[in-house]
Design a binder for this molecule. Sequence first.
Ligand code: PEP
Length: 255
Amino acid sequence: MRIPFIAGNWKMFKTIHEAVVFTKELRSTLKDVADVEIVIAPPFTAIHAVAEASRNTNIGVAAQDMHWEREGAFTGEVSPAMIQEAGAAYAIIGHSERRRLFGETDATVNRKMMAAFLAGLTPIVCVGETLEERERGETLAVLDRQVKDGFDRLAAEQVAELVVAYEPVWAIGTGRNASSAQAGEAHAHIRNRLRQWFGADAADRCHVIYGGSVKPDNIRELILEPDVDGALVGGASLDVASFAEIVTRSRTAAV
Ligand code: PEP
């Protein structure tokens, strides 16, 4: 019922020209894939060009962040309406790099989620524990706090449309992915909380995807976990061949 959702987070990589070259190649490589939701998240500067290059294809576009206000004196920020008009249909919210380096909190995540829905954008909201939190046995409590505070006041209908990315911070960019058992436990916990707080329909429809050193050679074991609905891919999404292979291997029928 939930088709795999694979998103590539390019972070601060690729100029407009590089982004368009990548998108054109990806578009022809994956043109026959209808059973995976494919999204790429370029830097703000390349959103419009990537959206044009992927128009009428099976590839969607995400922003990597956004402000919650419609407009105003917020130097350097970009509003939901601006990224939506540039061609994005999704926005990554609360990525751990933004939480760690730029002061993002569960409260700002919540404001951004409400604003994203208002602008017709689908949030891809990131949650996940640090290594210290895992070692102290706090993983599930951290996820509870991030989901409870970050998703505050969302309607069940909105949660159903959401993409939640479980991204253990210690697995991001380290080459050390969570085991399928660790991911499976965290994903099942998140879905149980969604069921408890937003109802069975929202929990069953919401995509809960995994992020943290996903590569072509580990996507298969991760996606086979019943509550892992796809992946948010950083480093391995920068190369067309490896990103396309992750998409292909995430297909339900893949062997
Ligand atoms: C990410 O940035 O969301 C991520 C998961 O990065 P990587 O795949 O490089 O670990």
